[in-house]
Design a protein around this ligand. Structure first.
Ligand code: GLU
Length: 257
């Protein structure tokens, strides 16, 4: 089974932007094990800007483009260094791919990306993809990694996209604000009522939130690919998911032949 796993900044970093070591160590261990069990896994990882903020001791996510891009340049190194180090412990090889929206809209470049991705999987590497934040300008950015992960999942014909988030899934109300919010386990169709349940961006350092996740679900489900949102605070949840348990919220792929 081919799975794209998207990891958000809120899963990888503490609030100030410093790496959540226990979380990323557990994640790399579980992903390595799932790969050892025969699964093909592609990671789409955020965290470059967040980790750059931490490493440069900036006060929160920068609002101006040059500082944001400088933070991404610093943080992307830290991110890949950490992944490389942790996956190497389990004898897995990582490969970095950085993309802009322009790369995906340009037929030749997109084909090169898809060819490289499939060769990396044949070579048994773990591709780790992020937006190329250091050169992205407003015109060419994808803007958020939920959308990027959905495009990647569709491009590589993944069986499903798994989004690790700081919430349990789509709920009947915002669980950060409403204690009576309950989890919706399966969404068969993304109706206007479902869209109305999405709020704005969830964390200070990331750009996501439920709105971008629903947009991602629209992209994957239209191509027949399932998308599942689960809480990444304990990466062991991936074992349950891969064992077929119902965790988080699954948006069912709807492609009709
Ligand atoms: N590409 C950004 C980063 O690595 C994150 C984008 C997002 O959180 O959606 O920091």
């Amino acid at each position: 089974m081919r799975t794209v796993i998207k990891v958000g900044t809120s899963t990888l970093a503490h609030e100030g932007g410093h790496l959540n070591i226990r979380r990323i160590e557990t994640l790399c261990k579980v992903v390595s094990d799932l790969k050892n069990a025969g699964n093909e896994i592609i990671l789409v990882s955020s965290g470059a800007i967040g980790m750059g903020v931490g490493k440069l001791s900036l006060k929160g996510r920068p609002s101006d483009m040059p500082t944001k891009q400088a933070a991404a340049a610093v943080g992307q190194c830290e991110l890949m260094y950490t992944y490389d180090k942790l996956f190497s412990e389990y004898r897995h090889t990582v490969a970095q791919i950085l993309l802009t929206g322009d790369d995906l809209n340009h037929a030749d470049r997109r084909e090169n990306f898809e060819n490289t991705l499939s060769r990396l999987l044949e070579l048994d590497a773990i591709p780790i993809i992020n937006e190329n934040d250091t050169i992205g300008t407003q015109e060419i950015i994808i803007g958020d990694n939920d959308t990027l992960a959905a495009i990647v999942a569709v491009s590589c014909k993944a069986d499903r996209l798994v989004i690790l988030s700081d919430i349990n899934g789509l709920c009947t109300a915002d669980p950060h604000k409403d204690p009576n919010a309950t989890l919706i386990p399966v969404v068969e169709e993304i109706t206007p009522e479902v869209i109305a349940l999405a709020g704005g961006s969830g964390s200070d350092l990331g750009t996501g939130g439920m709105a971008t996740k629903l947009r991602a679900a629209q992209i994957t489900t239209a191509e027949g690919t399932d998308m599942v949102i689960v809480n990444g605070s304990d990466p062991y949840i991936l074992y349950d998911l891969f064992d077929g348990a119902s965790v988080g919220t699954c948006f069912r792929g709807r492609k009709t032949l």
